[in-house]
Design a binder for this molecule. Sequence first.
Ligand code: 5GP
Length: 174
Amino acid sequence: MDRDTLKVLISAEQIEERVKELAEDISRDYKGKKPFLVGVLKGAVIFLSDLIRNMDIQLEVDFMAVSSYGADTTSSGIVRIQKDLEQSVKGRDVLIVEDIVDTGLTLNYLCENINSQRPNSLRVVTLLDKPDRRKVKFEADYCGFKIPDLFVVGYGLDFNEDYRQLNDICILNL
Ligand code: 5GP
């Protein structure tokens, strides 16, 4: 790994503190319920595992994997489900756990897909949000950090499958 190309944007300490706050907010809002957390593979795995260890309510976890496809993968808006949920979300209080909202196309699609299965409620928590890049109107219910239009890696986020294991969120200068 070439550390010279990486610049820390959000430190591990800042992430830890913010994830705890998010976990407290979510635990308070879902008190007496048993939310069904849907982690979006692979980027949200580290965020989800830290988030749930800071939550003090009953919960369930499942995962989905999606990919954008088309000539221009970032703007096609076409999302393909590569791995679907193993359990039904009908009547459940679903909380999608995502690493980053960029154009908003992925979460827009995921929310439509899950809403069509009639959950009792549906909310989204994202660790990062790049509001400047939105192509569709989308606002997460819980957000860790709003960041500028920069490509970031670490804490689960990759570049060609590298850098997921970094403890900090870093700007990657290619
Ligand atoms: P959207 O559909 O909102 O444009 O894209 C969301 C997905 O794009 C994220 O789940 C993530 O996989 C990818 N993505 C967007 N911005 C970044 C970034 O800065 N770094 C990395 N590693 N992935 C990103």
